[in-house]
Design a protein around this ligand. Structure first.
Ligand code: ATP
Ligand code: MG
Length: 269
């Protein structure tokens, strides 16, 4: 197994996040990494056009991370230049009373991408086994049953023509501290700082355990997890862009054949 493959664990492998180096960057440096991303972005643009034109398959991309992990940053980078008509982002915030009056997947299902589209989840149904578990927002037996519910839900989507990719952006606790401090120090970033993020920082180890279980129990052939080394923003972008590009290539969407007789059409004056 190459070192890179280590970050795409095989389904069934128990995950301990201490085994995953958030500083990992293969043999790339910032400049070669950025160049590689630029090239891959162009390929993604081309594949997305085909996916949209073909209209038969869809791609769902889930991003989960601790605060400051870079969800917004990677979405901005990877999808810049893509035709916005075929891609959309759904951010999942704390549930509303109406959400809470339903099962936890009720608010998620309407946002999965239809045929021809790429849908991006900034946070997702995984919050219901992460923040909910760490803060005891529901009894243990309720969140414990959710891993199976999630697998069944993702299986349904996969069986219906949706490819699913799930990225956990893995930063270290020290890196998070620095990034939170940078948000405090820069007035333009104050809007991103929430005092409520601090207890989350303090409960780092509980979150790591919750992430490890979510990844272990919901890492499937039809909806794989990737643990993205994310202390270096440029490597995080490269890792994610490359997986998306490889996946689109494997999906291999094709332009539909032209209508019969197009070669005889004359556009009237
Ligand atoms: P940023 O990274 O810019 O801070 P964000 O995704 O953290 O963006 P916020 O509005 O700061 O957005 O936070 C959303 C909050 O909603 C998070 O604290 C998250 O844990 C919480 N949340 C999301 N889903 C659920 C859920 N199902 N139950 C409880 N809390 C949830
Ligand atoms: Mg936040």
């Amino acid at each position: 197994m190459s070192k890179k493959d280590h970050f795409a664990p095989k389904p069934g492998t128990p995950i301990d996040l201490n085994d995953y180096d958030p500083d990992f960057h293969e043999d790339y440096d910032k400049s070669s990494g950025r160049e590689a991303v630029d090239r891959l972005q162009e390929q993604i643009q081309d594949w997305q056009e085909r996916l949209y034109a073909e209209g038969k398959q869809s791609l769902l991309i889930v991003f989960q991370a601790m605060d400051t992990g870079g969800k917004d940053g990677v979405i901005k980078k990877v999808f810049s230049g893509i035709n916005p008509a075929g891609v959309y982002v759904k951010s999942f915030k704390a549930p509303t009373p109406e959400d809470l009056a339903h099962d936890f997947l009720w608010r998620v299902h309407p946002h999965v991408p239809g045929k021809g589209y790429i849908g991006i989840f900034n946070r997702s149904h995984y919050e219901d086994v992460l923040v909910v578990r760490v803060n005891n927002l529901v009894p243990k037996e309720v969140w414990q049953a959710r891993y199976d519910h999630i697998n069944a839900f993702e299986r349904l989507l996969a069986d219906s023509g949706t490819r699913i990719l799930k990225f956990y952006l893995h930063i270290s606790k020290d890196e998070q501290k620095e990034r939170l401090q940078a948000r405090l120090d820069n007035p333009d970033k104050h809007w991103k700082f929430s005092i409520g993020d601090l207890p989350v920082h303090e409960r780092w180890n509980d979150y790591m355990d919750a992430y490890a279980d979510a990844i272990t129990r919901c890492n499937t052939e039809y909806a794989p997890w990737y643990i993205v080394p994310a202390n270096h923003k440029w490597y995080r972008d490269l890792f994610v862009t490359r997986v998306i590009c490889d996946t689109l290539e494997a999906m291999n969407p094709q332009y539909p054949p032209p209508e019969a007789g197009l070669d005889e059409v004359v556009i009237p004056d």
